[in-house]
Ligand binder design. Sequence first.
Ligand code: NAP
Length: 272
Amino acid sequence: MGIKKTVSVLGLGRMGTALATALAGDGYDVTVWNRTPKTVPGTKTVTTPEEAFESDVVVTCLPTYEVQQPLLSKTIKTLVNLTSGTPEQARATAEWAKTNGVEYVDGVIMAVPQQIGTKQARILFSGNENHHVLQAFGEPVHLGEDAGLAALYDLALLGIMWSTFGGFLQAQALIQTAGIMPDQFTPLATDWLATVGTFLPEMGEQTHSKQYETDVSALDINVEGLRLLTEANEEQGLDTAVPRALHDLFQRAQRNGHGAHSIASVIEEIRK
Ligand SMILES: NC(=O)c1ccc[n+]([C@@H]2O[C@H](COP(=O)([O-])OP(=O)(O)OC[C@H]3O[C@@H](n4cnc5c(N)ncnc54)[C@H](OP(=O)(O)O)[C@@H]3O)[C@@H](O)[C@H]2O)c1
């Protein structure tokens, strides 16, 4: 076996600490840098980013690109960027890396810190196909040559998660107005999510084919349902921002002639 590369981790928040720990556990020679100096067992702490850039590979895990960008330097040999951002930010950083002779990998972590180093941690990456150290963190999945793809998938998947969480919290608030305990309701909610998931393949296909005929459920009936959901929340004195936003969006699609179509037709409003 060859000698493992030296790796630095910039940013020792919840996720960066888990990444540095996983690298050390995987036998890498790890250097860490954090704004507020911090130690991670099995790694060497440095007090300036420049010292961290001496490693073969630099992994960044900072809150935003705005924080990360001023720290980057063309003395970095290989940059594995795991800081969350938009696809355009990732593409701009790939361009910066190319101009400055820095090898660049753009990745996103579809996991929580506690899952790092296990197969449950899926690391989506794009651009450069060489995944370098990503295997130490979980299961690397290459998405394509465009460096922006990892960020695109990340935000698309997180968008599903946040919408689901928003709907779940609204549901909990509504259910609890009748004194129902979370453990009475949550099992029904998780079963329901599994059922809802079975509709996604056909819905996804319709968003592409634009064939919105349905014998399942027309948009008209769903607009009516969202009106009822908004009213029910209002009756209980709850915030209605989430159901109202969906009602407005679905209603616009209905007004634009999609009432008899499937819910997938709402994408026509979103694409505008
Ligand atoms: N946590 C997760 O479950 C998770 C999952 C997937 C992806 N991510 C991504 O991982 C990245 C880090 O998230 P996290 O959860 O580790 O965040 P976190 O726990 O809030 O840690 C933030 C880190 O950024 C540093 N930092 C903040 N402002 C800074 C500045 N102006 N200059 C230099 N360093 C600064 C902090 O340093 P100090 O210690 O000095 O404050 C700390 O090390 C984000 O892009 C996030 O989207 C996180």
